[in-house]
Design a binder for this molecule. Structure first.
Ligand SMILES: O=C[C@H](O)[C@H](O)[C@H](O)COP(=O)(O)O
Length: 232
């Protein structure tokens, strides 16, 4: 089965956790897009839900397929967020932000009672860090912020190349919130909580892609079928 077919399987399984009347956080990326499309099929069949998108891309998709949208301010808290991930470790800590949506994704997941993460089995790792960690920074003083990130990483024993994310045309990537992203190749993050704490203390860092204690469950699709992984 192709990776895309596995993503679809995981997304389909997440639908079992959706009930009528729910207020849903809608994730970003290729896996979360499957969830939005499959959710739209259920909506066409009469399911009444409302969603808060985590990116302009997801908002556009939801509108196109007919999923009703609202904002976090109007809805007053979410029942469930379903989102993809770039990596997850055995403690269900995540690295997210490969698609640049980490800030809105973290705000939405944090305002949800539960977060279900849907993934194909390429996303399971023993230790986070093989996927470069996205760090969203404000454009003002970005060079200074980069140096502060270097120092913060060193304080928890990490180092590695820090690269401003670019678009395919070579221009700098800009997030939906108008910020830049630094991709940090730390390779093996042995203490994700310590790194998260160190990065959160830097003034120019808006958010980082470490999602600690946010995932309630992973739905993982692999060649052998779909598996549900709960926190230990
Ligand atoms: O910013 C993007 C998100 O964090 C995505 O959920 C993550 O990059 C996974 O995307 P995909 O499902 O396309 O692998």
């Amino acid at each position: 089965m192709s990776a895309d077919a596995l993503k679809r399987e995981a997304a389909a399984m997440a639908l079992d956790h959706v009930e009528g009347g729910m207020r849903l956080g809608l994730g970003t990326g290729s896996t979360a897009s499957w969830f939005v499309r499959l959710l739209a099929d259920k909506v066409k069949g009469g399911l009444d839900v409302i969603g808060v998108p985590t990116s302009e891309a997801t908002a556009a998709l939801a509108r196109e397929v007919g999923v009703r949208l609202t904002t976090l301010d109007d809805v007053g808290g979410l029942d469930l967020t379903v989102d993809g991930t770039d990596e997850f470790d055995p403690a269900l800590n995540l690295v997210k932000g490969g698609g640049g949506a980490l800030l809105r994704e973290k705000i939405v997941a944090s305002d949800s009672e539960r977060m279900i993460v849907i993934a194909d089995d390429s996303k399971r790792v023993k230790a986070l860090g093989a996927f470069p960690l996205p760090i969203e920074v404000v454009t003002f003083g970005a060079g200074a912020t980069l140096r502060a990130v270097e120092k913060a990483a060193a304080s928890v024993g990490l180092s590695g190349p820090l690269v401003f994310r670019s678009r395919a045309d070579g221009s700098r990537y800009v997030t939906d919130q108008g910020n830049w992203i630094v991709d940090a190749s730390f390779r093996q993050i042995s203490d994700p909580k310590a790194l998260a704490l160190a990065l959160s203390g830097i003034p120019g860092v808006v958010e980082h892609g470490l999602f600690i204690d946010l995932a309630s469950m992973i739905i993982l699709a692999g060649a052998g079928g779909v598996e549900r992984i709960d926190p230990v």
